[in-house]
Design a binder for this molecule. Structure first.
Ligand code: ADP
Ligand code: ZN
Length: 615
C-alpha cells in the first residue's frame, strides 16, 4: 500500500518536472517506465531509437530524486550541449572532463562538495583507469544516487564504437556502494544487449526495448547514375536546412565538399584524416549553424549530431544495415520529418570487400552483412518494414507513407521473370566476359564501337529493351545481383557472370518465384517529390515565414550566448510557436517544449517577434 502511494507520488513528481523544466506534457513510449525504474532504485537497460528521448529518461529522475546523478558519455561535444541545455532549462548540471581548465575544475569540484548539482556529466576516463582515484574520492562524498551510461553499446566489441574504458565501469559499484546503474543505447542486437548487461554487471535490470522504426524518416534508394545531379536534387529540396552527406573514402569527402561549395551550397569535410583542430572546427561550424551541410566518411561522424538534420545522403553504400541505421538515424532527431537517401552502386560493395580484405576483416560475418545491405538497397517493398523486420520488430502498418515504395516512386516491373531472363540471357550471349555498361548497351540496342567491334549488334538480345535508360538497366542488374542471379567478378573489370541460381532461371522460369524488379518512376515535370505524411502534418498550420524569423532570432540568441541554436529551442518548438502564435507569456509557456525557466528567460524576445510579424 505504502509503496503504491509512494509510486503514485513520485510518478506525479515526474509529470511536474517534465512540464516545468522541459515544457512537455506527455511521455514518449517507455520513458515513464525507464524513469520509474530509477526511482525504484533498480538497474535498467533501455534501448530506444535515436530521437526516442533517452536523455530525459535519466534527466527527469535526477531532478526528482535526492542525490547526484552521474552521466557517462563518450563525446565531449555532446556533453557540453546537454549540460548547456539543462542549465538553460533551470536544472543545475555540470560536466567534468579534459576540456576544462584548472580553474573550471576547481569550481566544479567546489560545486560538487556543496551539493549544488543534480547531474554531473563525465567521460569514462574520469571514472576508471589511471588518475581517476582522486576524482572518485570526491564523488564518494557526493551522495551519488545512480550512474547513467549513455551510448552503452560502446562497451561491446560487437557494437559499432567500441570503447575499452567502458569495460571497467562495473567496478564503480565497489567504490560507490548503493548506486544503481542505468544503460542506454539506440542500437542493440540481442548479442550487444547481453554483452552490456554482463559487462556492466547489471543486477536484475529492468529491460526496456522500444521499436526501431523511425516514422519521421523518409527512406529513398537510388541506383547511382549521375551522382552530382542526384546530390544537387536533394540539396535543392532542402534549401537552408541541415544535412549530412556520407562518402566511402576521404578523397571523395574532400572533393564533394569543395564542389558543393562552388555550386553555391557551402559544405565542410569531416573525416578521421583531418587534423584535430580542423575537424572540431568543422564540427562546431555545423552544430552552431554556421554551415548547414557537412560531408563525412561513413566510418566517422558520431560527433556531428545536430537535432535538426533534415537530410542524410549516402553517396555510397555503408557496409551493413546496422551502419546504415546508425548513420541515417542522425536525421530528424527532433522528431520532425527528414529524408534519408541512399545512392548506391555495385562498385560500393566491391570497394568494401577490398577495404575489409586489406584490414584483415573479410570474414563470413562481414560478407553476410555486406550482402544484406545490398539486398536492402535492391529490394522492392516498403523500406520501413524491411528495416523494422531486419532488426527483429514486427511491422504491422500497411504502407508507411514515408518511403519511395509507399510513395509510389518505384515502378514494379509487370513481368519480372521475363525481364530477368532477357538480361541473364544477354549476359550469357556476350560470353560472361563484360561488365554492366556493355551489357546495358547491347540490351538497349546501342550500337557503340565496343558493341559493333565485337559483333554484339547481331546478337538476338541486341535491342531487347529499347525504351530503357542506362540507369534503369543498371538498376535491374543490381537487383539481379541482390537476388543472387548475377555476380560480378572481384577484379577491376567487374565482369558479369551467371550464378547457379541465374542459370536455373534461364532453364526454368518457375525457379525464382518471389522475384520482383522495379525501376524509378520518371520524376514529375515540376521536379518536386511527394512528401511524407509526417512532413505534411508537422507543417500543418505553421506560418513558414514566421518560423524562419524565429529561427533567425534563435541563431542570434545562440551566438550571443555561445551555444548551439538547438540548445535554445528545438525546431519542433519553433514550429509550434509559428503555429500557435502565442500573444501572452501564459500562452507562450503553454507551447510544447517551453519550460518555465525558458519562458522567463526568452519569452519577451520571442513574443515581440511574433507580435511584430504581420499576419
Ligand atoms: P535520444 O538520446 O534518444 O536520441 P534525445 O534525448 O536527444 O533522444 O531526445 C530527442 C528529442 O526529443 C529532443 O529534442 C527532446 O527534447 C525530445 N523529447 C524527449 N522526450 C520528449 C517528450 N516526452 N515530449 C516531447 N519531446 C521530447
Ligand atoms: Zn513504406
Amino acid at each position: 500500500m505504502r509503496r503504491a502511494i509512494m509510486a503514485a507520488v513520485t510518478s506525479s513528481l515526474l509529470d511536474d518536472a517534465l512540464a516545468r523544466y522541459w515544457g512537455y506534457t506527455e511521455f514518449r513510449p517507455l520513458q515513464r517506465e525507464a524513469m520509474e525504474a530509477i526511482l525504484a532504485g533498480r538497474d535498467s537497460l533501455v534501448v530506444l531509437p535515436t530521437g526516442g528521448g533517452k536523455s530525459l529518461c535519466f534527466q527527469a529522475p535526477a531532478v526528482v530524486r535526492p542525490g547526484l546523478a552521474v552521466v557517462v558519455s563518450p563525446l565531449i561535444s555532446l556533453m557540453k550541449d546537454q549540460v548547456d541545455t539543462l542549465v538553460g532549462n533551470g536544472v543545475p548540471a555540470a560536466l567534468y572532463n579534459s576540456s576544462l581548465t584548472g580553474a573550471e575544475k576547481t569550481r566544479v569540484a567546489a560545486g560538487l562538495r556543496e551539493g549544488r548539482y543534480r547531474l554531473l556529466y563525465v567521460s569514462p576516463e574520469r571514472l576508471v583507469g589511471e588518475g581517476s582515484d582522486g576524482f572518485l574520492t570526491l564523488l564518494e562524498s557526493c551522495d551519488v544516487s545512480f550512474i547513467a551510461v549513455d551510448e552503452a553499446h560502446c562497451i561491446s566489441q560487437w557494437g559499432h564504437d567500441f570503447r575499452p574504458e567502458y569495460r571497467q565501469l562495473a567496478q564503480l559499484r565497489e567504490r560507490l556502494p548503493g548506486i544503481s546503474l542505468q544503460a542506454y543505447t539506440a542500437t542493440a542486437t540481442a548479442r550487444v544487449r547481453r554483452d552490456i548487461m554482463a559487462q556492466l554487471g547489471l543486477h536484475d535490470p529492468v529491460e526496456l526495448v522500444g521499436g526501431f522504426d523511425r516514422p519521421n524518416l523518409l527512406y529513398r534508394v537510388l541506383p547511382r547514375a549521375s551522382l552530382k545531379r542526384q546530390i544537387l536534387d536533394v540539396v535543392a529540396r532542402h534549401k537552408g536546412e541541415a544535412g549530412i552527406i556520407y562518402c566511402i573514402s576521404r578523397r571523395e569527402v574532400e572533393a564533394l565538399a569543395a564542389w558543393l561549395t562552388t555550386e553555391g551550397t557551402p559544405a565542410l569535410p569531416y573525416h578521421a584524416g583531418l587534423g584535430e583542430a580542423e575537424r572540431s572546427g568543422n564540427q562546431d561550424a555545423f552544430l552552431r549553424e554556421r554551415v548547414d551541410v557537412i560531408v563525412a566518411t561513413v566510418a566517422f561522424g558520431m560527433g556531428i549530431d545536430r537535432s535538426n538534420v533534415r537530410f542524410v545522403v549516402h553517396a555510397g553504400s555503408p557496409r551493413s544495415i546496422e551502419h546504415y541505421q546508425q548513420e541515417s538515424g542522425r536525421a530528424g532527431r527532433d522528431g520532425l520529418e527528414a529524408e534519408c537517401l541512399l545512392i548506391y552502386s555495385a562498385a560500393d560493395f566491391m570497394k568494401w570487400r577490398v577495404m575489409l580484405e586489406s584490414n584483415g576483416e573479410l570474414n563470413d560475418g562481414n560478407i553476410a552483412l555486406l550482402r544484406q545491405m545490398e539486398q536492402y538497397a535492391a529490394s522492392v517493398g516498403c523500406r520501413h518494414q524491411y528495416l523494422a523486420e531486419y532488426f527483429g520488430d514486427r511491422y504491422t502498418r500497411d504502407g508507411c507513407g514515408a518511403c519511395d515504395f509507399c510513395l509510389d516512386e518505384l515502378e514494379p516491373s509487370p513481368e519480372p521473370v521475363l525481364l530477368a531472363r532477357q538480361i541473364l540471357s544477354c549476359v550469357a550471349r556476350v560470353g560472361q566476359r563484360f561488365g554492366s555498361t556493355h551489357v546495358a548497351s547491347v540490351l538497349r540496342g546501342h550500337a557503340s564501337d565496343q558493341v559493333v567491334s565485337r559483333g554484339h549488334n547481331t546478337l538476338s538480345t541486341f535491342g531487347l529493351l529499347p525504351e530503357a535508360s542506362v540507369g534503369e538497366v543498371r538498376g535491374y542488374i543490381q537487383q539481379l545481383r541482390a537476388f543472387d542471379l548475377l555476380r560480378t567478378t572481384d577484379d577491376m573489370y567487374a565482369v558479369l557472370t551467371l550464378t547457379p541460381k541465374g542459370l536455373a532461371l534461364l532453364k526454368d522460369e518457375t525457379s525464382c518465384p518471389d522475384l520482383s524488379l522495379a525501376r524509378q518512376r520518371p520524376p514529375r515535370k515540376d521536379a518536386t517529390r511527394a512528401r511524407s505524411r509526417v512532413d505534411t502534418e508537422s507543417w500543418e498550420g505553421v506560418d513558414r515565414a514566421l518560423f524562419e524569423r524565429l529561427r533567425a532570432i534563435r541563431l542570434e540568441t545562440a551566438r550571443e550566448r555561445a551555444v548551439p541554436p538547438y540548445v535554445i529551442f528545438h525546431d519542433a518548438t519553433l514550429r509550434e510557436m509559428a503555429r500557435l502564435r502565442p500573444d501572452s507569456l501564459d500562452a507562450f509557456r503553454a507551447v510544447k517544449g517551453v519550460g518555465a525557466r525558458k519562458a522567463d528567460d526568452l519569452g519577451e524576445r520571442f513574443l515581440t517577434a511574433i507580435r511584430e510579424h504581420a499576419v
